[in-house]
Design a protein around this ligand. Structure first.
Ligand code: SF4
Ligand code: SF4
Length: 426
């Protein structure tokens, strides 16, 4: 099982593989990467675990940390929570039960579909939006990278986040309740294991936001489970055990636009890919979308199907989900008036001012003046050769005391030319 610290991140660097090529520094949406002394490093406070650096590193030096499938051996009874996007990985799949039965043959004692819990969240969101129209537009809180991004970069938008736990958390608490009831086992002997499409969801389990502790006991990667269950899928073809609890709405959460579609409203926007997400949040801050009811944002292109722990191309996976849901009912998990435990976050999401320079207003203004002064001497090329993503980021690092102006190769060249001229004169 993964051990955690205050700033646990699933995304980490393998320094031995890093060649210092600076490909990753420009693509990080929170400017969390620096390359110094020929090696990259991640500023933990800035990172939102979007996985972008894993996608772009040509040397596979960035990686996601998650649990091994062997984690199921640690518990007396285990329940698998497959993400909806998991179903988009398989060719010619026409019945979700085949996957769910294969998970049981592989070693899990039971399964609880995250897509079933997603249908509950859709139902709760529909009435929440209706009852709180004064707070619209609401922003989905299902993508942990987006929630982290808003927490560090867009504090004014925190109040727009739908305050519900994500479907994986709801699925975990429902699965645990069911397992305890059916087996009579105490909670600690039951392992609730999430099958994840992305590192952000691993981080959301081991370092939760909005909750003191996650109900999930382990997180395994879709790509690891995919290869393990393939041999069992053939064996389940003639089996008739009905395990699936989801319909069209739940399955659709696996791709971009699925969550918004489940609200049964027209007045929504769905954006995917971290750069598009940032653009939408900036426009939202400028109050350009005040007439929208709901905004769905997914850090990965295509939605969860685009997570870096998947095996299939995101757009192919999305097409497979579309085919799979064709003959399903609209929804199969309904609240029917029940009050869902753990529906809301335990704690309010708070602004994390990680990018602030000083500890108070006067100190911040003084430091910002120094940043401006340093920027006036830097070439403004944002070339990345210094190991920081922009000239301003280097200036901020200098003011924070973690870099030097001469890390800029252009300034260094000027300095060397001047030195050589001076020596020549002497
Ligand atoms: S992309 Fe980043 S992590 Fe990968 S080798 Fe280049 S500098 Fe290192
Ligand atoms: S996971 Fe995303 S936020 Fe974190 S270092 Fe990589 S690109 Fe930056």
């Amino acid at each position: 099982m993964i051990t955690t610290d205050t700033f646990f991140h699933s995304v980490t660097l393998d320094a031995d593989l890093c060649k210092g090529c600076i490909n990753c520094i420009k693509r990080c949406p929170t400017q969390a990467i620096r390359v110094r002394n020929g090696k990259a490093s991640i500023i933990k406070e800035f990172c939102i675990d979007c996985g972008e650096c894993i996608r772009v590193c040509p040397h596979h030096a960035k990686k996601a940390t998650y649990d091994s499938p062997d984690i199921i051996e640690k518990f007396e009874y285990t329940v698998a929570l497959p993400a909806p996007s998991f179903y988009g990985q398989f060719n010619n799949l026409d019945d979700i039960n085949i996957i769910l039965r294969a998970l049981k043959l592989m070693g899990f004692d039971d399964v609880y579909e995250v897509s079933g819990a997603a249908e509950m969240v859709s139902e709760m969101s529909r009435s929440y939006i209706e009852q709180h129209k004064d707070k619209k537009p609401f922003i989905s809180s299902a993508c942990p990278s987006v929630v982290r991004l808003i927490r560090v970069r867009f504090p004014n938008l925190i109040e727009h986040l739908i305050p519900f736990n994500a479907p994986i958390d709801l699925a975990a608490s429902q699965a645990r309740k069911k397992a305890m009831l059916e087996t009579g086992l105490p909670s600690e002997k039951i392992g609730i294991i999430f099958i994840s499409p992305c590192p952000a969801k691993v981080t959301s389990v081991y370092s939760p936001i909005g909750n003191d502790k996650s109900e999930i006991d382990g997180v395994v990667a879709i790509k690891d489970i995919y290869t393990k269950i393939l041999p069992f899928m053939k064996q389940t073809q003639d089996d008739t055990e009905e395990l699936s609890i989801s319909g069209k709405i739940g399955i659709s959460w696996g791709g971009s636009g699925g969550e918004a579609g489940g609200l049964l409203i027209d007045n929504y926007l769905a954006a995917d890919g971290i750069e598009n997400v940032i653009k939408v949040l900036e426009d939202l801050e400028d109050q350009r979308f005040s007439d929208l009811d709901f905004i769905e944002l997914n850090a990965c292109s295509g939605g969860c199907v685009g997570g870096v722990l998947q095996v299939e191309n995101p757009y192919v996976a999305k097409a497979k989900l579309k085919r799979l849901r064709k003959y399903l009912p609209v929804a199969r998990t309904h609240l029917r008036g029940q009050v869902v435990e753990k529906a809301f976050w335990d704690n309010e999401i708070e602004y994390q001012p990680v990018f602030k320079l000083g500890s108070n207003m006067i100190e911040s203004m003084e430091m910002m003046a120094k940043v401006d002064d340093i920027c006036s001497r830097l070439p403004g090329l944002d070339c990345g050769s210094c190991g920081a993503p922009t000239c301003k980021a280097l200036a901020e690092d200098v003011v924070r005391g973690v870099a030097q102006e001469k890390d800029c190769i252009h300034l260094l060249r000027e300095y060397i030319h001047k030195l050589s001229d001076d020596l020549n004169k002497i």
